[in-house]
Design a protein around this ligand. Structure first.
Ligand code: AHG
Ligand code: MN
Ligand code: MN
Length: 335
């Protein structure tokens, strides 16, 4: 069969066979994400419609309150993972604390924890612009059979065994890595099947897109201001252009395909940056590196940061390797 026609299901099975001793747990996690992605995709596509239906009262036909899409996505991902008993713990941007998952045998026998941003780009939900879901998978560090602890979640990104995102865009895609490159699958909505459409995705070494919220310019550190000025200079060999959607997933996805850098720096308004290390930056950094790109906090590698709290924020510089390195030069110079 031609590579292009491979379904995500077939791809998962083939890859699992390649690992002789694999227990299949990771494959089952990816399968659950595939399912949850389809459910959320269906809801995202109906977002406008649901609003119209819900407009008269604030309740749906079952008498339940209409939920905001990020709360809905959170519940779908969590319930799908809990029902299938394939992880021992879940941490989500939407929940204050992590969730402990017990199997039906009342044991804690699974070896993976998952961290996620169930709906990324919330400001774009109501305006028909791309949003996404992000996930990150780690092997637990505490013994199997005991309840998970925060130690299992507070691991540096280099320990990730899988990471990925779903982008609900002009088409819906699932893009993920298990540490052997990055592959992208496009959903055929007519039959509800993901097909391998983007095998072995790679960031171009260099690019001409910079993605940063320039509305915050005056609050940025000097190094970032200088880098932006560098991108804006009128010289033929630096034909930079600015693109910023405000959905990390969508900005990252475009930059990975076309070549570009995404920056969410510290600012006087957000002294630690805005993006969350565990739910957004680590998974995107793993994908970026697996695709030949780079992800740093402006000075050091994102995936080497030892997290100290679940909802920790970090500045984020991510994308084509040469562009991230250039931005880092400006950061070091101004420091
Ligand atoms: P979330 O919707 O999960 O809270 O994340 C939004 C994030 C990210 O997706 C996006 O790039 C960034 O916030 C946009 O922030 P600004 O509006 O401050 O530019
Ligand atoms: Mn987000
Ligand atoms: Mn979110």
């Amino acid at each position: 069969m031609e590579e292009r026609n491979k379904t995500l299901g077939e791809f998962i099975i083939e890859n699992q066979k390649a690992f002789q001793y694999s227990s299949g747990e990771l494959s089952r996690i990816i399968n659950s994400i595939r399912l949850a992605a389809k459910v959320v995709n269906h809801k995202v596509n109906q977002a406008g419609l649901v609003d119209i239906i819900g407009a008269a009262g604030e309740q749906n036909i079952q008498g339940e309150d209409q939920q905001k899409l990020d709360v809905y996505a959170n519940e779908v991902f969590i319930q799908t993972l809990i029902n299938r008993e394939i992880v021992c713990g879940i941490a989500s941007e939407e929940n204050d604390d992590f969730i402990t998952v017990k199997g039906s045998d009342n044991c804690h026998n699974n070896k993976y924890v998952i961290l996620m941003d169930p709906l990324d780009g919330s400001s774009n939900i109501d305006v028909n612009v791309s949003v996404g879901s992000i996930f990150s998978v780690f092997r637990r560090v505490t013994p199997i059979g005991t309840p998970v602890t925060s130690e299992d979640f507070l691991q540096p990104g280099i320990n990730q065994v899988a990471a990925g995102y779903v982008i609900y865009g002009t088409s819906t895609m699932l893009v993920y890595t298990t540490g052997y490159g990055v592959n992208g699958f496009t959903l055929n909505p007519a039959i509800g099947t993901f097909y391998l459409s983007h095998p072995n995705m790679k960031f171009p070494e260099n690019g001409n897109i910079y993605s940063v919220n320039e509305g915050n310019y005056v609050h940025f550190p000097q190094g970032v201001k200088n880098y932006i000025k560098y991108c804006q200079r009128e010289e033929e060999d630096r034909p930079y252009t600015s693109r910023y959607i405000g959905s990390l997933v969508a900005d990252f996805h475009r930059n990975m395909i076309k070549g570009g850098i995404y920056i969410y720096p510290t600012s006087s308004k957000a002294p630690k940056g805005k993006l969350r290390l565990l739910y957004e930056c680590n998974p995107m950094a793993f994908l970026a590196e697996q695709a030949g790109g780079k992800a740093t906090d402006g000075f050091g590698r994102i995936m080497e940061i030892q997290p100290t709290e679940l909802h920790q924020r970090v500045p984020f510089f991510c994308g084509s390797k040469s562009m991230v390195e250039k931005a880092e030069e400006f950061m070091a110079e101004a420091n």
